[in-house]
Ligand binder design. Structure first.
Ligand SMILES: NC(=O)c1ccc[n+]([C@@H]2O[C@H](COP(=O)([O-])OP(=O)(O)OC[C@H]3O[C@@H](n4cnc5c(N)ncnc54)[C@H](O)[C@@H]3O)[C@@H](O)[C@H]2O)c1
Ligand SMILES: CC/C=C\C[C@H](O)/C=C/C=C\C=C\C=C\[C@@H](O)[C@@H](O)C/C=C\CCC(=O)O
Length: 257
């Protein structure tokens, strides 16, 4: 029987993919707390969502995910308002090769810390009611990309964390499931590149033009796989302009060998 998802916490939800995931969840009647470092964009997204879905369905927390205290306080504010968080989405991210330390801190460290905060709250063996933790990585977490090597490293790290957590034989008794979303280039602000954000800028742009750009809606469709299906533990969803969304799971494949 499908675990009922009633509430979600989404980082980086003020705009782009996080906003798209939040809206799709709200459309399903799931209450959403979204956190973002951009206060004014977050507030205006919150105002719009409240007018569409009602004041009790959505909340915005101004939060810099690189501060673990800030992240924990925001998560706890969602638990206080909604009673429980069933779905954690670690989505906040940047793509800037000139900001190595900040990028690792946001894309990798904060996503791991967000996962750990969520799982301590969700663990059935510790009195929680279970839940799902979705980490937003990238196809750049699955294949090497020479013009964005630092970004790639942050996303490979996150995919490694996902595999490790999903392969935990105790995940089931804790009531936890781990999913990882790996889109290729998608039409959001993160792909507004300039020479400082990418190595081999011209070659990077040519690659991007050659493989094409996903719409936000296409990536949201892939994301909803983690909400609409029962047994998603270990799933990696890739979304590419050429092939749409595809689900891969090396843990299940191994189990069948
Ligand atoms: N758009 C793409 O091509 C693409 C492809 C694959 C993966 N991704 C990943 O998707 C995720 C969302 O990116 P997007 O494409 O929507 O880009 P975006 O720039 O539109 O959105 C990123 C959001 O994260 C927020 N954010 C950044 N730093 C933060 C911090 N320290 N604390 C809290 N919030 C912070 C931003 O304010 C913004 O709202 C990222 O993890 C990104 O790496 C994007
Ligand atoms: C640095 C910029 C910020 C965001 C952009 C995004 O995260 C970066 C994507 C970089 C590369 C994407 C490559 C996509 C390639 C696909 O067309 C395809 O060839 C790979 C598809 C699946 C991959 C891997 C696998 O199945 O093993």
């Amino acid at each position: 029987m499908q675990q009922l998802i009633r509430t979600a916490f989404v980082t980086g939800g003020a705009q782009g993919l996080g906003r798209g995931f939040s809206k799709a969840l709200l459309d399903r009647g799931i209450k959403v707390c979204f956190a973002d470092v951009q206060a004014s964009v977050g507030k205006s997204t919150e105002t719009e969502f409240k007018s569409l879905y009602g004041d009790d369905k959505v909340m915005f927390c101004h939060c810099d995910v690189t501060s673990v205290n800030n992240l924990e306080d925001s998560f706890n504010a969602a638990v206080k308002k909604f009673g429980h968080v069933d779905l954690m989405v670690n989505n906040a991210g940047i793509g800037d090769e000139s900001k190595l330390v900040q990028m690792i801190s946001i894309n990798l460290t904060a996503a791991i810390q967000g996962s750990q905060i969520a799982l301590e709250h969700m663990r059935k063996d510790k009195g929680g009611r279970g839940g799902r933790i979705i980490n937003v990585a990238s196809t750049a977490g699955l294949i090497g990309v020479y013009f964005s090597p630092r970004y790639c490293a942050s996303k490979f790290g996150l995919v490694g964390y996902h595999h490790s957590m999903a392969s935990n034989p105790h995940a089931k008794e804790m009531g936890l499931q781990f999913g990882c979303l790996c889109p290729a280039f998608t039409d959001t602000a993160i792909i507004n590149f300039d020479e400082t954000k990418m190595d081999y800028y011209d070659e990077g742009l040519k690659f991007l033009e050659a493989i094409g750009i996903n719409t936000v809606d296409a990536v949201v469709d892939g994301f909803m796989h983690f909400v609409d299906n029962d047994d998603i533990n270990g799933d990696i969803v890739t979304v590419t302009a050429q092939r749409g969304f595809q689900v891969k799971n090396k843990h299940k494949r191994k189990a069948h060998l």
